[in-house]
Design a protein around this ligand. Sequence first.
Ligand SMILES: Nc1ncnc2c1ncn2[C@@H]1O[C@H](COP(=O)(O)OP(=O)(O)O)[C@@H](O)[C@H]1O
Ligand SMILES: [Mg+2]
Length: 370
Amino acid sequence: MSKHTRVVICSGSGGVGKTTVSAALALRWAMEGRRVAVLTIDPARRLADSLSIGDIGNTAVRVPLERLGGHGAGHLDAMMLDAKATFDDLVRRFAPSDAAASRILENRYYQFTSTRLGGSHEYMAMERLYELWHHGGYDVVVLDTPPTRHALDFLRAPDRMATLMDEGVLRWLVMPATRSGWRALELGSEAVAKVLGKVLGKGTIAEIAEFFEVFRELWDGFRSRSVEVQALLRQPHTSFLLVSSPSPAARADALYFLERLGEQRLPFGGFVVNRTVPAPPPPPERAHLPATGPLPPDRWAAVLASVEQAPRLRARLARDHDQAIDALRAAGPPGAPCWRIPEQRADLHDLAGLAAITRHLPALSEIHEL
Ligand SMILES: Nc1ncnc2c1ncn2[C@@H]1O[C@H](COP(=O)(O)OP(=O)(O)O)[C@@H](O)[C@H]1O
Ligand SMILES: [Mg+2]
């Protein structure tokens, strides 16, 4: 069953609309009659509420599509990534015994570092994706990725994650002065030492040693799981969509992601350019505007001038956005689809808002590897 489950991963820089687009794609496909899961990362509060995942986290929650007049065979399950709970589950799964699992889970060093190591959040997103793909009974699983430029870095080596804890922690212990080692905690080295001391208190070194001793037994499990996740990401039913806004910075990030996908032979499915301005209707003719109004003549003339000017500015913006999209397309592989979502009047924080943009998004059958 899982062999035919599609996977669609939305990547892009922070704030471009990955969470919104992931949820809207999932909604669209559920309304098409598919069995859909969407795993989102940090949705805005109201969106989380309207997807009913407010406080639930990793557990799948059925989204009430009937509120939108939904019918048919499709359904939508939403969940929000809980990286810590996912990591804990992995520890339980791969620990050789319940006792070993408890030793790790109760280890304060593990508790402190498990979600702070660079890349662990991204990995846990992939891990949840794998579980949903494997066990969920869905037609498609949509993954919203964390908003980091390095979201794809961990894909470079299949066993990167298996060694994440090992390597990262060893580097801190053995080479605390190297910047890359400390950077994983995004603190200066003295600060790390201080924080570790404060959080872990006495017996720090003993706990770290214990952690290593026990964690080593999980290594094989983590490693083989990484290999499976890698395979999933490269299977023919997986597609990465790159979400961007028309802005040069967001496009540069999308192209950076595209390059990483190419390097790692990950399947690219197309661009989604969000928040574009559509071409406005032609500006009103001065003759159709009242020549006088409730203001002194010079102020009224200024009002008329801006009424005339506004659509021109919008038209220019729309042209800029068209050019931005052309540039993005030209930088992508030949024939790369590019779906554009117009800027909406209000933020998209509920099901009705998402439903309003679904018509700009592709049907599941339109997503192919390029
Ligand atoms: N097309 C759009 N029109 C208007 N607001 C949008 C649109 N797309 C996204 N937004 C809003 O922009 C904000 C950021 O979107 P979000 O999906 O959270 O971005 P990301 O997940 O990439 O950080 C949210 O408040 C969202 O409601
Ligand atoms: Mg987001």
